[in-house]
Design a protein around this ligand. Structure first.
Ligand code: NAP
Length: 263
């Protein structure tokens, strides 16, 4: 049995994950953390603990894997505590600044543990990124625009998934000697579109779980690569795969879903 701790267990993503862990016969939820519903029951024998008590609760429950679906500020602190306790880590939280991401990475590296960090655990989105990587190889002179849509309560914009798609495209363009700039939305007299830009647009509305489209357009045609998440189960399923994978991992380091899925 894999002993799992979840931070953000009362949130939209964490609560779906907690249910999925309870339904999985290979895993046991042993600790849950959140800012709300402290002391409330989450699953068999597990109540919500406050993050201030994280160090003590982790020592008491000794999880094999710590999973974080909170927010960027909280995740940096949570990951440091879990890493200092030598627990393997899975991070789904998004919206990190470079500084926050580096702080989280150094806690993982310092403690010589394996961690999977991904802005999107859905298997479909990971294939979407691969399709984008494939398409840009043949469409590097096309205009690229990325549109993402999420629910109205999402904290960060643009999504980590959209940023990763942009980064994949930018990396390829760099490899063929082209620079490109990310343009976040457009407003006012923006003038002619530069060839060297990737437009990124964030839609926030009602209860949209998550949609991403990458458009490659040239004179006379365009191709659109779209992924639509119907429910958070898609992310939870991928997170379970990441938990199992990192639990077996003996080599320390920072891994992504590419490693988990064997791409
Ligand atoms: P959410 O509904 O706001 O849930 C986050 C939960 O974490 C809230 O209950 C929050 O409490 C709690 N929290 C805040 N600080 C905490 C701390 N220090 N320790 C423990 N819990 C804490 O957000 P969500 O929609 O579930 O998303 C969570 C994160 O996952 C976001 O960054 C989102 O972008 C990301 N996400 C990633 C994937 C993926 O596949 N990688 C998929 C979906 C979402 P309060 O609200 O009271 O602060």
């Amino acid at each position: 049995m894999i002993r799992v701790a979840v931070a953000g267990a009362r949130g939209r993503m964490g609560s779906v994950l907690v249910r999925s862990i309870s339904d999985d016969e290979k895993m046991n939820l042993v600790a849950a953390f959140d800012m709300r519903d402290i002391g409330e029951h989450v699953s068999d024998n597990v109540n919500v603990s406050h993050p201030d008590d994280m160090d003590a609760v982790l020592k008491e429950t000794s999880p094999d894997v710590f999973v974080d679906f909170t927010n960027a500020d909280a995740a940096v602190r949570n990951v440091r505590i879990a890493a200092d306790n030598g627990i393997k880590i899975v991070v789904g939280t998004t919206g990190f600044t470079d500084e926050q991401f580096n702080e989280m990475k150094s806690a993982i590296i310092r403690n010589k543990i394996p961690a999977v960090i991904s802005p999107n655990f859905s298997v479909g989105v990971n294939v979407f990124w691969k399709l984008v990587e494939y398409a840009v190889r043949y469409l590097s002179d096309y205009h690229v625009e990325i549109i993402e849509m999420h629910h109205s309560l999402k904290k960060d914009a643009p999504s980590g998934t959209a940023l990763k798609a942009a980064e994949i495209i930018r990396e390829h363009l760099k490899s063929i000697g082209r620079k490109c700039e990310l343009v976040y939305g457009r407003k006012g007299i923006v003038g002619e579109r530069s060839h060297d830009e990737i437009g990124i647009h964030a839609v926030r509305a009602a209860d949209i779980v998550g949609e991403h489209t990458t458009i490659f357009a040239s004179a006379g045609e365009r191709i659109e690569i779209t992924h639509r998440a119907h429910s958070r189960e898609a992310f939870a399923k991928g997170t379970l795969r990441a938990i199992e994978w990192v639990h077996k991992q003996t080599k320390s380091g920072i891994y992504g879903m590419d490693d988990v899925l064997g791409f």
